[in-house]
Write a protein that binds this ligand. Sequence first.
Ligand code: HEC
Length: 154
Amino acid sequence: MSSINKLGLTFTLFLLLSSEIFFQPTSTVMAADQSAAKNISLKEIMQGLLKDTHMITEGIFLENYPMIEKGAKQIARHPQVPMETRKKLLKGLGSEMGQFKGFDMKVHNTAVSIAQAAKDNNMEAILSNYHQLIDGCQYCHDSFKQRAVEIFKK
Ligand code: HEC
């Protein structure tokens, strides 16, 4: 192995390890706060996301930045989807699971950006990310909500 390759490998390993440590959770729906209550259903998690989205919306209209930050952080750190549910989704969605996870990441990342913008009292950045957040929820629902419900029925 050339030294350049070795360096690349070391760097990749470093990224993998450091992301485990620093960037948890890495995604919104599929992975999240390990300390959260176990076995809360995907549906219940979604109902929580709706409440958190309400909190952000209310915070925007009241210009209450801590409220916005709280709602956004709760979205970014919502409870973990049960393993059983993740397995069912993977089986049912197959190769489209990547797209599902992509929407999940989009929502997670925009929630993180909203929390940061709220900390900075930056309403412009909050709003542009807020629109992306809602798009992220909506795109996933459009593509997968009905299908997921069918998959869970089986
Ligand atoms: C990665 C895909 C995905 C993303 C992103 C996503 N959802 Fe969902 N959502 C689902 C699926 C799948 C269901 C159906 C769950 C079920 O009925 O078991 C659902 C259902 C819901 C429901 C209906 C719950 C009920 O009581 O029937 C609400 C409300 C909801 N989502 C809100 C949100 C909000 C708000 C966001 C963004 C902050 C969001 N979702 C982001 C996949 C997603």
